[in-house]
Ligand binder design. Structure first.
Ligand code: AMP
Ligand code: ZN
Length: 144
């Protein structure tokens, strides 16, 4: 079991580890996956540490889902992918490697093989540019 103290995502939430942030609300954080399985691969997490769907309260899951939907729209507006896989895995047997609940947003190109994990770390400048572009699209799509 991973606790907050040894959780990578909790250290990102706490600001102890950097991320390419797309959006932060009171309950939710979204940032670029540093080992993207496709261009624009983005994560959405609750700021509080819950390991899986079995631990997260429904209210926090709802908050994550609403942000995931909005960011999916922003990614689509920016990259116009052929499709988008939205996936959330629970437990090592299901492919979970970071034991902090998260939703993957994976823009897809027709004909490209489906995978959840990338093999190479992305160029930080590229991730930064994508995060900024998605954040700008969010503001366009959901003006306050
Ligand atoms: P999962 O395997 O479903 O638990 O997904 C965890 C995801 O977190 C993987 O896609 C990793 O590439 C990603 N990841 C791990 N460490 C970081 C990090 N420091 N910043 C951003 N993404 C990360
Ligand atoms: Zn955590």
């Amino acid at each position: 079991m991973t606790t907050e103290a040894d959780c990578i995502f909790c250290s990102i939430v706490a600001g102890a580890r950097p991320c390419h942030k797309v959006l932060e609300t009171d309950l939710v954080l979204s940032f670029m996956d540093i080992f993207p399985a496709s261009q624009g691969h983005t994560l959405v997490i609750p700021k509080h540490h819950y390991e899986t769907v079995f631990d997260i309260p429904e209210s926090a899951m709802q908050a994550v889902s609403v942000v995931a939907k909005r960011i999916a729209g922003a990614i689509r507006a920016e990259l116009a992918p052929d499709g988008m896989t939205i996936v959330q895995v629970n437990g090592a047997a299901a492919g979970q490697t970071v034991m902090h609940y998260h939703v993957h947003l994976l823009p897809r190109t027709q004909g490209e093989s489906m995978r959840l994990h990338g093999s190479n770390q992305a160029d930080p400048a590229r991730l930064d540019a994508l995060a900024r572009a998605f954040a700008a699209r969010l503001i366009e799509l959901h003006p306050q």
